[in-house]
Design a protein around this ligand. Sequence first.
Ligand SMILES: Cc1ncc(COP(=O)(O)O)c(C=O)c1O
Length: 290
Amino acid sequence: MPIVHLNGQNLPAGDACVPVLDRGFIFGDGVYEVIPVFGGHPFRLSEHLRRLENSLGEVRIPNPHARAEWAALIQRLVDENGGGDQSVYLQVTRGPAARDHALPENPTPTVFAMSNPLHPAAAEILAQGIKAISLDDIRWTRCHIKAISLLPNILLRQTALDAGAAEAILIRDGYATEGAASNLFAVFDEKPGGILVTPPKGPHLLPGITRDVILELAGAHGIAHRESDIRREDLARASEIWVTSSTKEVLPVTTLDDKPVGNGKPGPLFLRIHELYQAYKTGLHDSGDN
Ligand SMILES: Cc1ncc(COP(=O)(O)O)c(C=O)c1O
């Protein structure tokens, strides 16, 4: 049984319990992070902890730990679960309190973390790409906060799965924002070699850590790119579409709304960025730098 962390203690998952009046259980009142771990080392840890601090601040939950404490807690959990490649899930709720919408005065946040094995995307997914469908974004307007209340995302993802697709591309006011659990990139053939476009950060999308890595790699390797809005109708003329996240890394969307994206195969920029991403991870791992 995996080892989890609950409020300062590491214990088998089956032994970890939270009170029924925890506001995470009652209201979905909490925030979370998902941190990939490669070769036993958390990837982009400072960036994930900064986003956690931001999410906590936005919803007015006191941060229960300093950064060094978070780092130690995560590393211990990773080590106790055997190292290697893992995906650490970290959740902070406002903690137990009598049920009332008003914020409790001196909350004791609940800190929970678990870690699961992280497997690379299957070769056939990388070779063939995934199907996605576009759906109206039914979420709230503060999507930059990584809140645990994910009911809209769950329903959107399930609608995609019911349609035989792996991801939903979300549309708000005529613009594509991101996936149900991923950020969005598209390649437009406006210039030779194409230009990589991703919607700018703002309240309608999560500032993805993987998104930042992709933009950095594009910048470092001379791949033309820009952050700008993508209209729904522009998606239909994209030669490539990708979704990115910490656990999926970069995946090519080769079918959107039952129509092929580009020639229906993972495109040349995807192949390049995927290779760069893998090389970057391996480089960090080898230098012990992540
Ligand atoms: C809604 C949403 N957008 C984007 C992402 C990608 O973020 P990251 O690259 O930090 O995993 C996620 C990750 O789960 C997500 O849930």
